[in-house]
Ligand binder design. Structure first.
Ligand code: UGA
Length: 433
């Protein structure tokens, strides 16, 4: 069996390398020839811990190859994983044009039976559209199947998530499709959940939206904590010790970002509303998340009063640690608001500065710094926006001596309030006294 993987974004590149690691013969393809050239040399097109080692190992073994010839890759594959982007369109729905383009390409290269597997996050009922596009455009009467196999990997932990998944969801409508996917994921037989296609498609949107809801929920509780003597970390712990609730995704802060949660919550709202379902719960989830930025900037104002011409340091730009991704990062909205107020910004992130320079090119009021201590230079306050591990080990003395005013505003509750205050800082965090 030969597997084709279309798309070399996060999901595609990890899927291609991961399936090769499982022992399958895999060809990865993308219409972006530059990305393919990089992948073929073993250079990951994005920063992800462990990915380049995985690529090298599987390129060397010969199980993994890459080609920019999308048509050729489809023709030589028995199973085609579709991993192209489904970005948000202007109305908040998923823009499905790349999926349609791939469906047409598959229709034009249907040389024998093929199983087409949706790996990208797609709205429920997408498989019916793919089937229709292939049937409309295919010149041959070749048999094919569609399946849904949503990916649950997290950026920054993607390789481990793919190689050691907690569940593998497979949505199928024929025995042949089920048997092929069971063979591909043979080593995880006890972790397979087999459903129909609509169910599998919906599991992905429902999961991401539920996690986003948990975050907005704890952020709402944090707001109550800030107005009382309660401590959100302890409230979250007390809630999370109940196994029905669980401790994960109850970290209060400045809200969720990234290429998945913001887009997927909006998409599920549209999916539901288009079907006549009231989606107020998720609309509120999104609203709470949007409100985190002005609330955080308000905290900065409460510490500094006037922001115009104040120097503010920002630690962390990526939407979360261990990634260089700044898509929908909370840092972007915070920087926009601080600039609107006339602040001078000094920014640092261990991995995401190149990507952030594309969003905010440097100028005399926005400076990219070489490390956290350079960020602190003459700063009236330093904001912690992304909780990178290296910030945990900051030398507070070194930081403080560079600052004009030792004020630390922690958007991720990374530091221990008593410890930071002991080091001479005025310290503000989220939902804690
Ligand atoms: C998310 C899901 O966790 C993955 O399971 C899913 O496969 C992926 O989306 C996707 O659809 O591709 P990811 O966006 O990489 O993964 O990152 P998360 O670790 O889920 O974090 C998302 C955002 O939530 C980050 O901005 C993070 O800072 C924030 N967050 C997370 C919180 O504010 N509080 C928490 O307790 C947890």
């Amino acid at each position: 069996m030969k597997i084709g993987v279309i798309g070399t974004g996060y999901v595609g590149i990890v899927t291609a390398a991961g399936l090769a690691e499982f022992g399958h013969r895999v060809v990865g393809t993308d219409k972006d020839a530059d990305k393919i050239a990089k992948c073929a040399r073993g250079v990951a097109p994005l920063y992800e811990p462990g990915l380049e080692e995985l690529l090298h190992r599987n390129l060397e073994s010969g199980r993994l190859t890459f080609t920019a010839d999308v048509d050729g890759a489809i023709r030589e594959s028995d199973v085609v994983f579709v991993c192209v982007g489904t970005p948000q369109d202007e109305g908040g729905r998923a823009d499905m044009s790349q999926i349609e383009e791939v469906a047409r390409a598959i229709a034009g290269n249907l040389t024998g039976y093929k199983l087409i597997v949706e790996k990208s996050t797609v709205p429920v009922r997408t498989s019916a559209w793919i089937k229709r596009v292939i049937t409309l455009h295919s010149k041959s009467a070749q048999e094919f199947d569609i399946a849904s196999n949503p990916e649950f990997l997290r950026e920054g932990a993607a390789v481990g998530d793919f190689l050691r998944p907690d569940r593998i969801v497979i949505g199928v409508e024929t025995d042949k499709a089920r048997d092929l996917l069971c063979r591909i994921y043979e080593r995880f037989a006890e972790r397979l959940l087999i459903t129909n296609i609509d169910t599998a498609e919906l599991i992905k949107h429902a999961s991401n939206s539920f996690l986003a809801l948990k975050i907005s929920y704890v952020n709402m509780i944090a707001d109550i904590c800030e107005r009382t003597d309660a401590d959100v970390e302890q409230v979250a712990l007390g809630m999370g010790l109940d196994p029905r609730i669980g401790r994960d995704f109850l970290r209060a802060g400045i809200g969720y970002g990234g290429s998945c949660f913001p887009k997927d919550v909006k998409a599920l709202v549209k999916i539901g509303e288009d079907l006549g379902v009231k989606m107020n719960l998720l609309r509120e989830t999104e609203r709470i998340n949007q409100d985190r930025t002005p609330a955080f900037v308000e905290k900065v104002k409460r510490a500094l009063w006037i922001l115009k011409d104040k120097t503010i340091g920002v630690l962390g730009l990526a939407f979360k640690p261990e990634t260089d991704d700044v898509r929908e990062a909370t840092s972007i909205r915070i920087i926009q608001e601080l600039r609107r107020e006339g602040a001078v910004l000094r920014l640092y992130d261990p991995k995401a500065m190149d990507n952030m320079r594309l969003v905010f090119p440097a100028d005399e009021r926005l400076v990219y710094c070489s490390d956290a201590y350079a960020v602190a230079e003459r700063a009236n306050a330093v904001l912690l926006v992304t909780e990178w591990e290296e910030f945990k080990a900051l030398d507070f003395g070194r930081l403080r001596e560079r600052m004009a005013n030792p004020i630390l505003i922690d958007g991720r509750n990374l530091f221990d309030p008593a410890e930071v205050r002991r080091r001479g800082f005025e310290y503000f965090s989220v939902g804690r006294k």
